[in-house]
Design a protein around this ligand. Sequence first.
Ligand code: SF4
Ligand code: SF4
Ligand code: SF4
Ligand code: FES
Length: 609
Amino acid sequence: MSPKKKIVITIDGKRCEGEEGQTILQIARANGINIPTLCYLEGLTPWGGCRLCVVEVAGNQKLVTSCATPATDGMVITAFSERLTLLRKRILELLFSEGNHICPICPYNKGDCTLQQRGYEHGITGVSYSYLYPARPVDLTGKYFGLDHNRCILCGRCVRTCDEIEGVHALDFGNRGIRNQIVVDLGKTFGESVSCTNCGACVANCPTGALFDKAAAFQAPLVSCQKVVTICPECPLGCGLVVYTRDNRIVNVFGNKESRINGGHLCVKGRYWTWAEPRNRIKQPLVKLNGSFEVVGWEKAFEILRDLYKAVPRERRILLISPRLSNEFGAALREITSEFKVVGVIGARNEGGLVGTAELQPDAISFLEQADAIVIVGAQPVRDNGVLAAKIRVAVRHRGAKLLLFNCRRSDLDQWANISAPLVSVDRAFWKNVAKTISGVKRVVIIYGPEAITPIGLTVFEKLSEVVESSLKRGEWVKSIPLPRSTNILGLASHGYPVVDDLTAFIEGVSPDLVHLVVSDEPHGGVQWLEERGLVDLLKKVGAIIVQGAYESTLTELARVVLPTPIWAERSGTYTSFEGKHLKAERVLPLPSGVKLEEEVLKAIFQKT
Ligand code: SF4
Ligand code: SF4
Ligand code: SF4
Ligand code: FES
């Protein structure tokens, strides 16, 4: 690509350098001139709706929006003048008067609202227009966030975010004139919406308190919180997080704009599962006596645990660990593996096969962002890796990339797929159709997940690779990207722990008398593992089950001893991402009293410390 031509413009007498194609606002900001904006947001298509950013261009009688007007070489611009300031004040007054912006009862009061900030910047102390006091609806049906239309300034940032970042386009403008408002799925509530993924990106980008996170409302203004930059614990993508905390609790979680993986975007798991789900936390050791749990101190718990272990020979003990645990935990565990017949990491179905054969792709995200054809085999990005799903939607809907799905559960991706087929033996006509679909593409990624690792899946995968490769010319490429489902399965497997992806068969095979499960902070308390048919009955026959976990669940109900663990935010460590990168997670909150790190507890049982 040839470098862009340099241009020079003058803003309020200052010489400002920029590049052809940049807007007046972009050049102004790059040169330290802060023209006020409201509907503009970096990363979204400029819309020019609020008109707060208007400037005067010499020789042009009309005012222009600086956010949406491309700069041309030699332009002479006035960005601040008495006339422009008055105009901006009037725009703000109109916005304040047509909604119900009663700041003291708004969750975004005191620093989190851009509209309020602009009001202060322009010295607004009252409005010159009559207040309309609208009685628009407030939609509180969404699980994690609400929308108060009375605070909406129709800036359209949510509409563009949903369309251009999450790739869903659940939101739009509905009705006309004074009744114009944001609509979800053309007239549904958030609770009824079928297309909204609950990613919360629209809420994060709303410049007022119209869209607000329920769990964060009235907790603490973000400006008063501590900020920790870390990574998401929910899948192997390793999206960057910015966590806001106050008084040792999480107030809100947003995406880290600096992250190469997610560029500030998150899926519902990163944005809300991490902190906004009601869960019953285990805070002290519990021991089952006469059928019900009793709280005990750690010393008593260790005494009971040592007795339980003493009664069972090593050959009849197994230790199963959650794939959410860190590489440091994996390393620390080596000291005690000899105490068990097997120490395994619990994986999703077929994940062992995937981990064993995967050739990791260190630049997977960048290849995906360049691809003009995306093939997904046996992976479920909409369910498991929402940020990846968003990138796929954007590639297909906005860049015109082709999409081919093999053995993917039904999801919203189907509506845009050129081909969607199960992983079954397919005939020549089918492969001819695949070849026709991808003819002319130059950059292909094949994302494959655990469900591709079956005998028929591998056959289809091989044939697919062959068809794709034969359609590419010199200089064009195809990249295969393995996509495990579990957060740190790659890291823990690299420490030598076998992946147990069929718990029932595994437990039947070993026939243990003692099963120690390090469930850690699995979001559903590990209950998803119990979904395997017959597993609960099998576990009920085991003499002693010990669970180390953060949340109460039906799995902890089966245990003889339950030991509290930290949640993701209370520990630090490194995690191996799907690209094979070692990502550092920072500790966000202190360890609560009564809770001990998993590895400390395990070592203490065997008196290794
Ligand atoms: S809900 Fe928020 S982001 Fe959406 S149009 Fe209204 S003010 Fe703008
Ligand atoms: S939560 Fe995400 S999917 Fe739902 S409306 Fe907002 S941006 Fe769109
Ligand atoms: S895609 Fe994965 S890492 Fe990213 S926010 Fe969602 S769960 Fe977290
Ligand atoms: S910020 Fe430019 S028109 Fe709204």
